[in-house]
Design a binder for this molecule. Structure first.
Ligand code: KG4
Ligand code: ZN
Length: 345
């Protein structure tokens, strides 16, 4: 009915990544206006709300606490149930939002799910609603984190995924050979070696930092004493777009190939892509290609609409609708869980 996203990129960009304290403080000021705007856009009254859903974790504690307290306040004031949603489950359930494209009908179980975000890279077998079996994960950096670190190294800005994707459009992915960690015989991933390889490759192309005067510093944040990020400067003619294309390819290829292999191995009827990195056009295309090649045309690959790939509240509400059907309501003692996983531990 409505989905309002209050972006904080402006606040964090000059730091080259998210500053947790600034994130929490921006949540404090944004949360009430965002709720008001969502109600207005949906043209519904507070009393029309059936339940309040909130992200419980995983995520940054300070930001989660702001959401949890606001949700408890609303649920208490309205006398409605509170639903605590796992952020990872919400990303997956973005694929059930009714206007998801390429969704002829609901994804059919068993579903092989590749969840790729800034903090997670996981291969999950979903055998039914709320039933998740963990197959593999990244052993070091998450795919989104790799995009962000790569973009930082290349001086392409934050968030790194869209910046690398944009730069890669003008580049040649075959101009450089970057390593892929295949971790054969497992369903795990690894991206830290790739990041180190990019660092080694680009070091000789950079201007020495000591040559740079203070005028080249990014503007400091008006919100506090947090260090600005000093983007690297490259010598003229450095092949940044080729490096971006090769780097993107080296992240996408193992993700697509290993997901398709797992889909075949576990007899998945649908492959589902989720998380911020699911917005990446090359990943969508490669995954389709690999699943078609290995599993045939009977196994569709689905992914959410672009707006529902990166963090949003619609996916939290969408997951909550399924959680309500399972009867999983929480009480007032509900707390945030910054390191919550998808499976009960
Ligand atoms: O799910 P998300 O919004 O936040 C987390 O839960 O982490 O994912 C954010 C991540 C960031 O690392 C960002 O660089 C990446 O998703 N991302 C992309 C693209 N759009 C966002 N990565 C690759 N290509 C994109 N188009
Ligand atoms: Zn997320």
């Amino acid at each position: 009915m409505s989905s309002i996203v209050s972006s904080q990129f402006d606040l964090h960009e000059c730091h080259g990544g998210v500053v947790p304290e600034l994130a929490a403080r921006r949540h404090v000021t944004a949360i009430v206006p965002v709720v008001e705007q969502a109600l207005q856009q949906a043209a519904v009254d507070r009393d029309d709300i059936d339940a309040i859903a909130v992200t419980q974790g995983p995520g940054l504690a300070g930001a989660l606490v702001v959401g949890m307290n606001a949700a408890k306040g609303m649920a208490y004031a309205l006398g409605r149930p509170l639903i605590a949603v796992n952020h990872l489950e919400a990303h997956i359930y973005a694929n059930w939002l009714c206007d998801a494209p390429d969704l002829p009908k609901e994804p059919v179980f068993p579903i092989l799910c590749l969840l790729v975000s800034g903090g997670h890279t996981e291969l999950i077998l979903m055998t039914g609603h709320g039933h998740f079996r963990h197959l593999g994960r990244t052993l070091d950096d998450a795919a989104g984190e790799a995009f962000d670190k790569g973009a930082r190294l290349l001086g392409l800005g934050f968030p790194g995924g869209p910046a690398i994707e944009e730069a890669a459009r003008a580049g040649n992915a075959h101009a450089f050979e970057l390593p892929r960690a295949w971790l054969q015989g497992t369903h795990d991933f690894s991206f830290s070696g790739l990041k180190t390889a990019l660092l080694r490759l680009t070091e000789p192309m950079r201007e020495p930092q000591s040559d740079r005067g203070p005028e080249t510093l990014s503007p400091t944040s008006p919100s506090g004493p947090f260090k600005p990020h000093l983007p690297p400067l490259y010598t003229a003619g450095s092949p940044i777009t080729d490096l971006a294309a090769a780097f993107q390819d080296a992240i996408v290829e193992p993700l697509a190939v290993k997901t398709a292999q797992a889909a075949l191995e576990f007899g998945a009827h649908t492959v589902v892509l989720a998380g911020g990195v699911a917005a990446n056009a090359l990943l969508r295309e490669r995954l389709r290609h690999e699943v078609l090649r290995l599993c045939g045309p009977g196994v569709p690959v689905v992914y959410p609409r672009l707006a529902y790939c990166t963090d949003n509240a619609a996916m939290v509400a969408g997951a909550a609708a399924w959680i309500i059907r399972r009867g999983d309501l929480v009480g007032w003692e509900a707390d945030v869980h910054p390191r919550l996983s998808l499976l009960p531990t």
